[in-house]
Design a protein around this ligand. Sequence first.
Ligand SMILES: NC(=O)c1ccc[n+]([C@@H]2O[C@H](COP(=O)([O-])OP(=O)(O)OC[C@H]3O[C@@H](n4cnc5c(N)ncnc54)[C@H](O)[C@@H]3O)[C@@H](O)[C@H]2O)c1
Length: 449
Amino acid sequence: MKEKGIDEDTEPCEEEISLSLSFSNRGTDTRAKKRLLSLAKGIKRDLVTSEVLRLGFAGLGMAAGRLIPEIAQLPYIKLTAAADLRAHALQRFQQEFKAEVYASVEEMCASPNVDAVYVATPHEFHARHTITALRQRKHVIVEKPMAISLEDAGAMNAAAEANGVKLMSGHTHSFDPPVKKMREIIKSGVLGKLLMISTAYYKDHIYRPFPDHDIEMSRGVVLNQGPHQVDIVRLLGGGLVKSVRAMAAIGDASRPGEGHYACYLEFEDAVPASLVYSGYAYFDSGELTWGIGEGGERKDPERHLKARKFFNSLGSEPDRTRRLEARLEEWRYGGSTPGAWARGDSGQRKQYQPFFGLTIVTCERGDIRQSPDGLFIYDDGGKTEVSVPSGVDAREAELKEFYEGIVNNRAIFHDGRWGQATLEVCLAILQSAAERREVILSHQVPVPN
Ligand SMILES: NC(=O)c1ccc[n+]([C@@H]2O[C@H](COP(=O)([O-])OP(=O)(O)OC[C@H]3O[C@@H](n4cnc5c(N)ncnc54)[C@H](O)[C@@H]3O)[C@@H](O)[C@H]2O)c1
């Protein structure tokens, strides 16, 4: 990895410098190190190093429109390359970051100026692009769903292991501080043994501005939203799911993907969990969580209604796809208002803790659920609120975990094996629904200590 621009001086302590040297023996520039230390306010000390991870971005679409401005703020990451099929997006990226641009992910992965690749191409390309990058010995973060089949996920892990590089299964809501705090309380045993987990989320996913092809490839909500919900539950329950019984179906024939599921799963230690997800935008479970949304924002109470109205305003096929594509071009990276669709209908992010629906954890001596700023614990003494420091944004937490794993050469929690295990649960929801039986799992991994 190379060093980022330098123009400022502050004095790092010796502890910080020694921690910074674990990644490379190539030597460091003291001024660069000092600059980074000064830039890295609010970042944990053991993360601060003199090295900058040079990131290539594969897929400059809607996700990129939201993500790239956030990544560009991080002092320990430099965007050095991008690959996409849309020439104007590449041109914008080149101008914005003075970076290399490529019309194919394969070519970008051959660049010596890329240490790691962020894969945000459409779902069906995740496996191919990830494996291409891993074989070029680039570390990879891959967006959810990690892949659309278990075989692909297995091949991705094999490629990471064979090439000695890190593979991270990207952002999910298991990075949210309240979810991590719930896990900590469960693990501490203060409320006795974990008895069961229940989680439910009702939102507007099916009418969000995703093309039909995207909905089809992700099997509607199951592979797109399932990874978030399953990751939360697996983290809380310790990771090792034994079996899944579920039903998922297409509830609106105008969209080619499953819009809802109900799932009962059991962990190896017999702890049960129920997961319910509805993406039809009639009821929004934000009503049960103080109107707070996934980004910790105060939700527009009519947001789900607006999503349905927007979808209906697109008319029917084939005009719908054409009209939607025109709007998507505005919102993708390189468009006139990148990321605007995600911002337009909500209040400011991070006002409160993020809520991915309503999750209740039941232990022998009490229940836990989220409060706007932390957790409520219900036990023999009544109801107590535990505040949870908001910490870093979940997206940033993901990039920190990735970066720290690389520079300190240590295991990443949300690695490819964790991602494969979550994908296995999501695919089992579909299999169980199709075969109307319980599915026994075999690729599960525990939450690391
Ligand atoms: N939309 C979001 O806010 C969001 C949020 C989180 C995760 N994601 C994930 O990110 C991924 C991308 O979703 P999106 O909504 O940004 O889709 P999108 O269609 O808006 O963007 C995909 C981009 O990839 C490019 N692309 C397609 N094929 C390519 C190829 N072979 N080589 C190089 N580039 C190629 C397209 O030109 C486009 O710019 C999905 O897997 C999705 O689950 C999206």
